[in-house]
Design a protein around this ligand. Structure first.
Ligand SMILES: Nc1nc2c(ncn2[C@@H]2O[C@H](COP(=O)(O)OP(=O)(O)OP(=O)(O)O)[C@@H](O)[C@H]2O)c(=O)[nH]1
Ligand SMILES: [Zn+2]
Length: 214
């Protein structure tokens, strides 16, 4: 479904993360609009009324937008200074769609890595989060996809990803656990295996969360 490409050569500076027409889920906008109109009817509403006339178009368009992340280049640079400590971007805001109820779950991501031969443009860490969030997801898969993509494209010594999110399907409806947060993580390489690195990553992400009352 998602195309992940990068150039492994020493001179590579950018890898493109996007979706090809052949692999992306096909979004049939007219069919989606009709389905929303049918849903309105099934919910006892009149989609021809002045208030709801444009709702099928809007809803179909909104889903298409939420499920079509923009491609971007995964720009990397040589790590000429051999920077070997943690690079960590905390509190990257994201929203995704829970695949069970098609309701949003949203929160923050903490993404870090221990550089190897290359470092990555910092904004790209947030773009990777946004990219994989632009799909129907469960939080566990989203966490793994972000970490594994960084591991494969950057070949760092370690990767750490923590997602902390609220699921509207759990707070607005159903169990109505308002304010409940779901925390998922994936640690790879040295960040998983070396206790000092792991503890530093956990301490810094916890501090970032506490500072903002997450
Ligand atoms: N593991 C996981 N579960 C999720 C995620 N998002 C939503 N869910 C859960 O998916 C489950 C779907 O369970 P079902 O029993 O089929 O659905 P339901 O009858 O609407 O369940 P309730 O939400 O308990 O009312 C629920 O427990 C949701 O909380 C996610 O990202 N990861
Ligand atoms: Zn859900």
């Amino acid at each position: 479904m998602t195309l992940l490409t990068w150039d492994d050569s020493d001179t590579a500076e950018a890898a493109v993360l996007g979706r090809t027409a052949g692999q992306a889920p096909v979004i049939d906008l007219p069919a989606a609009q009709q389905a929303v109109a049918d849903l309105l009817v099934a919910l006892g509403r009149d989609p021809r009324s002045a208030h709801l006339r444009d709702t099928p178009r809007r809803v179909a368009g909104a889903y298409a937008e939420l499920l079509t992340p923009a491609p971007f280049a995964m720009t990397t640079f040589p790590n000429d200074e051999n920077y070997d400590e943690l690079v960590l971007v905390t509190r990257i805001a994201f929203s995704s769609l829970c695949e069970h109820h098609l309701l949003p779950f949203s929160g923050v991501a903490h993404v870090g890595y221990l550089p190897g031969e290359r470092i990555v443009g910092l904004s790209k860490l947030a773009r990777v989060v946004r990219h994989f969030a632009g799909d129907m997801q469960v939080q566990e898969r989203l966490t793994v996809q972000i970490a594994d993509f960084l591991d494969e494209s950057l070949r760092p010594r370690g990767v750490g990803v923590i997602l902390d999110a609220e699921h509207l399907c759990m707070s607005l409806r159903g169990v109505q656990a308002v304010g409940a947060r779901t925390v998922t993580s994936r640690l790879l390489g040295t960040l998983r295996d070396d206790p000092r690195s792991r503890q530093e990553f956990m301490a810094l992400t916890t501090a970032a969360s506490r500072a903002h009352g997450d």
